[in-house]
Design a protein around this ligand. Structure first.
Ligand code: B1M
Length: 222
């Protein structure tokens, strides 16, 4: 069983979706995360193990490689596709409560900003790390986040900005979120941001890339 879980982790890391997938070429004809997840569940393996010891291990590995500049955006996208192919089989277990996620992460690109490629990568890696992700999209307001915080008490909020003109909107958003919900952890990221800026606007954490976002969430939920 452990070897099947390891194979699932490898398929996720390498972005091998299913047997018919031609990518990656060196795994052509082999089963992918779709078949392996289905097989593990059919064999009675705990869905939490399938998630934590298979799919999440693979996403974590590719996230680390991305942080270290050993993997790039297309690699992350392919890994997320493989992860999602496995998650389809796990969804009924999440719905029934038999499998559990680590928490809820609500992410969006801040008001006035339409860049979403980096934000989407963060969402994928955090989901791959076992979190339920609610993606509010681009041009999001503090009110949208506050609505989600009401629906999901204890959730973590993630704000992304790519423009020097919109990163300043984060300050108002963080302040609105903190005054309505002081215990909500707010994580910020995006190319023009720095740790110093994060501290200045009163956010809890700054993440420079998806894996560092996931690491902050893991530390907060430990
Ligand atoms: Co825009 N744009 N853009 N753009 N664009 C930049 C950001 C810019 C640097 C280009 C330049 O001038 N060299 C510049 C900003 C300059 C500045 O503010 N100092 C710029 C500009 C000026 C603009 C417009 C104003 C242009 C215009 O219309 N005159 C306009 C603004 C529109 C708006 O938002 N209101 C605009 C529009 C666009 C497009 C729509 C054409 C398109 C966006 C498409 C889309 O996102 N769907 C676009 C693009 C693609 C870019 C560049 C080329 C690429 C951005 C990107 O996706 N990078 C960018 C120049 C560049 O970066 N080379 C540029 C790849 C992505 C994986 O990286 O987003 O940094 P990134 O995300 C990283 C990290 O930052 C981090 O993790 C990700 C993965 O490592 N991260 C987080 C991101 N969010 C995080 C959240 C976290 C944690 C980590 O926790 C919550």
């Amino acid at each position: 069983m452990d070897s099947l879980l390891e194979k699932l982790a490898l398929c996720t890391e390498r972005g091998k979706v299913d047997k018919d997938a031609v990518y990656p070429p060196d795994m052509k004809g082999e089963e992918g995360s779709d078949e392996l997840t289905a097989k593990l569940l059919a064999d009675g393996v705990d869905p939490n193990r399938v998630l934590k010891e298979g799919l999440m291990v693979g996403m974590n590995r590719i996230g680390e490689k991305f942080s270290n500049h050993e993997a790039f955006v297309p690699d992350l996208l392919m890994a997320a596709r493989a992860m999602n192919a496995g998650m389809v089989h796990l969804q009924p277990y999440f719905d029934s409560g038999e499998a559990q996620r680590k928490g809820v992460f609500v992410i969006g690109t801040v008001q006035g900003d339409l860049h979403d490629i980096g934000k989407n990568l963060v969402a994928m890696v955090v989901e791959g790390g076992g979190w339920e992700v609610i993606d509010l999209g681009v041009n999001t307001t503090a009110e949208q986040f506050l609505e989600e915080i009401k629906k999901h008490p204890g959730c973590v909020v993630g704000l992304s900005a790519l423009l020097t003109t919109t990163m300043v909107n984060m300050e108002k958003m963080v302040s609105a979120i903190k005054s309505a919900s002081p215990d909500t952890m707010v994580l910020v990221g995006g190319a023009p941001l720095t740790q110093e800026f994060c501290e200045k606007i009163g956010a809890d954490n700054y993440a420079q890339d998806p894996q560092s976002a996931l690491n902050h969430l893991a530390a907060a939920s430990a």
